[in-house]
Design a protein around this ligand. Structure first.
Ligand SMILES: [Zn+2]
Length: 272
């Protein structure tokens, strides 16, 4: 006699069966190589990120905070586009992403790139830290790197796995209930959940290579993170709460300069 498989066991098997080990990016000159475990598909995350980003744009527009300073927007887009042009070094499909770059008027020191290349830079980041173009390229390059490495998809996958581990089968229901719940998780990962130290290191390294290849002096990464650290002591930063930092970040970046500087020296310079 064949016994019926309990629903929860079937759901668990589906989930585990859907677990993939993937390589999101090529190693680049800087050498980031780590396979990642994913429980949700790139397509699911992509659709949910589109929803989450559209919601942020709508909110900002309603509050008259979206792209209010034309000169600042142009500056951010010029820098971001130079970095985006280098993204295919790490993954060829990034050339076909629907990249978006916007600026939100806010005192908060923050910036993000949601999955699929949906970038937002807060004016407070630029103004409070008095960023040079190369320092701004550091932050945007770091954010682009998180998206290229699909760190949000990885974080969502981990959250699902933990829920299953705790026996909360609601997580499984969530996988099938459309993309609303996943969009909420993408928002949570973007604004609340701290990145892991490992993800931070990868974003720093890939971001450093992107900026160097785009013609921005990689040594500006050091001054940017020093400015961030000073700000943290004086007033706190939303950016640092989701992108935790410590002294090892500067050490790691300094060690990578011999690999990044030749790329910068060989790169065409941005018009100033
Ligand atoms: Zn980060």
């Amino acid at each position: 006699m064949t016994r019926a498989v309990p629903v929860w066991a079937a759901a668990l098997a589906t989930l585990i069966g859907g677990c993939q080990s993937v390589t999101t990016t090529a190693p680049g000159a800087i050498g980031v190589e780590r396979r990642q475990s994913m429980l949700v598909s790139e397509q699911q995350v992509e659709q949910s990120a589109a929803q989450a980003y559209t919601a942020e744009l709508t909110k900002a527009r309603e509050q008259k905070q979206l792209n209010t300073d034309a000169a600042q927007l142009q500056r951010v887009r010029t820098i971001a586009n130079r970095l985006i042009a280098q993204a295919p070094v790490f993954r060829a499909d990034a050339a076909n992403w629907q990249w978006q770059v916007n600026v939100q008027t806010s005192k908060d020191v923050n910036a993000y790139c949601m999955p699929g290349g949906r970038i937002m830079v807060y004016s407070g980041l630029i103004e409070q830290l008095k960023l040079t173009d190369a320092e701004l390229a550091t932050v945007v390059g770091h954010e682009i790197a998180h998206a290229l490495r699909e760190h949000s998809r990885e974080a969502v996958s981990r959250a699902y796995a933990q829920q299953v581990g705790l026996g909360a089968l609601g997580a499984l229901a969530g996988l099938g209930s459309g993309s609303m719940q996943l969009a909420g998780m993408i928002t949570n990962v973007t604004f609340s959940l701290p990145r892991s130290r490992l993800q931070e290191t990868e974003a720093d390294r890939i971001g450093l290579e992107l900026m160097a290849r785009a013609g921005y002096d990689p040594q500006a990464a050091l001054s940017l993170w020093r400015k961030m650290a000073q700000l943290k002591q004086s007033s706190g930063s939303d950016f640092l709460s989701t992108h935790p930092s410590d002294a090892s970040r500067l050490d790691d970046l300094e060690k990578l300069m011999p690999r990044a500087l030749p790329l910068y020296q060989a790169a065409p310079r941005p018009a100033s």
